[in-house]
Ligand binder design. Structure first.
Ligand SMILES: Cc1cc2nc3c(=O)[nH]c(=O)nc-3n(C[C@H](O)[C@H](O)[C@H](O)COP(=O)(O)O)c2cc1C
Length: 376
């Protein structure tokens, strides 16, 4: 199972795991894959603690860090405080959320200070602070999503000799990334959990590989809907250097996914997700729930706000909903949702992350044997 990404990142298996959970990152890295910690929602102090912990667990094995610096967001170039951003959220939207909660037997008091406050802010300023912390650790990859990485990230990658990866959902974006100097492209299809475009992985991967060929040769990782080794084999058959996966780790024993949401994910089929702007203001795939339905309710729903304003409505509110759902509140349980891809239909039991990696390697082997068998 050796591809060019194994040589670039010094790993045994071309299996990359995006996770916000340090335990998943360490478990995948220790199993021979490559864990990538999603750092965007951390403060610099929290990130420092997480990376120090990962260092102590992986003992020199390689891992990466993903920091989102979106190319576009509301207020870019203006110095808006959190209070300024919250102040930009229209009353109509707040009233809509309050109505939605009331329809689910939830009132503002149950949310206390977690209603209409800043819920995660990704920008160049926070990104630069997180990058500074990251570079004090022996990281083997920097990753960025939602556009071309800022020049400070590309320059840091070059001066610290750390490859920089970028997530793309369209071939035009891949060309832009390669021209900007990115070292690894993650071609992420519309099946993916989290922010994604609408081209499927099966089409996007070969399309991106062909599109960047005339520009520069960089490894392309396939992402979106990949949960099994046979899908990794299919990705490699299409020309990818390996797979980048996010959803499959959400139901592992190490993951910190809210317990009720894990139950929902294990019971969900591949048609139980939706690509919606209702969580962050940009399209992202999530588990379908009364929350996501509310933002897709046609004329009854206000249009989702641009990033980061929609997160003021959703992020802290949904985290509180997770807590209430775990306590058995039926309305909160109907609203509870999280980012997950269509591969959720293949995620049917809770397992250790290491077991997922090893099973993937076995399934990959069986798939390649099947392919070889077709040659007669
Ligand atoms: C819960 C969740 C959160 C995500 N957050 C980020 C993120 O902060 N930065 C990022 O680059 N990608 C993020 N992604 C996308 C993943 O990096 C990855 O591309 C995607 O999960 C691949 O598709 P899959 O979910 O079908 O495996 C997230 C994905 C999930 C499921």
């Amino acid at each position: 199972m050796r591809t060019e990404i194994c040589d670039l990142l010094d790993i045994d298996l071309p299996l990359l795991a995006f996770s916000h959970c340090r335990d998943v990152v360490a478990a995948v890295t220790n199993a021979g894959g490559f864990g990538v910690l999603g750092a965007s929602s951390h403060t610099p102090e929290a990130l420092e603690a997480e990376l120090a912990w990962i260092d102590s667990q992986v003992k020199g094995r390689p891992y990466g860090v993903d920091i989102i610096c979106p190319e576009t967001y509301e207020g870019k170039g203006q110095e808006l405080t959190d209070a300024d951003v919250v102040g930009l959220v229209p009353e109509e939207h707040k009233a809509y959320v309050l109505r939605l909660l009331a329809d689910h037997d939830l009132d503002a008091e149950q949310f206390g200070e977690s209603l209409f406050v800043m819920g995660g802010r990704f920008n160049d300023e926070t990104g630069a602070r997180l990058l500074e912390v990251t570079l004090k650790h022996p990281v083997g990859l920097l990753a960025n999503a939602l556009g071309v990485p800022p020049s400070f990230m590309l320059e840091a990658g070059r001066s610290y000799n750390v490859p920089v990866a970028a997530l793309v959902g369209a071939k035009e974006h891949a060309i832009k990334q390669v021209q900007a100097g990115v070292d690894v492209i993650v071609a992420q299809g519309g099946e993916a959990g989290g922010h994604c475009g609408d081209v499927s992985t099966m089409v996007l991967v070969p399309e991106v590989i062909e599109a960047i060929k005339p520009h520069r040769s960089v490894p392309v990782l396939a992402a979106g809907g990949i949960v099994t080794g046979r899908q990794v084999a299919a990705s490699v058959a299409m020309g990818a250097a390996g797979a980048w996966m996010g959803s499959v780790w959400l139901t592992t024993e190490e993951a910190e996914t809210a317990p009720y949401t894990v139950e929902k994910m294990l019971a969900a089929g591949s048609r139980d997700t939706v690509r919606s702007k209702g969580r962050t203001g940009k399209y992202s795939r999530q588990l379908r729930s009364d929350w996501t339905d509310a933002w897709e309710a046609g004329l009854d729903a206000p249009a989702a706000l641009p990033m980061p304003l929609q997160s003021v409505l959703s992020e802290p509110t949904l985290r509180r909903i997770d807590q209430l759902a775990a306590k058995g509140h039926p309305g909160a349980q109907r609203l509870a949702t999280y980012f997950v891809g269509q591969g959720v239909g293949l995620m049917t039991r809770k397992r250790p992350a290491r077991e997922v990696v090893l099973e993937m390697a076995e399934d990959y082997l069986a798939a390649t044997e099947r392919l070889a068998g077709t040659l007669g």
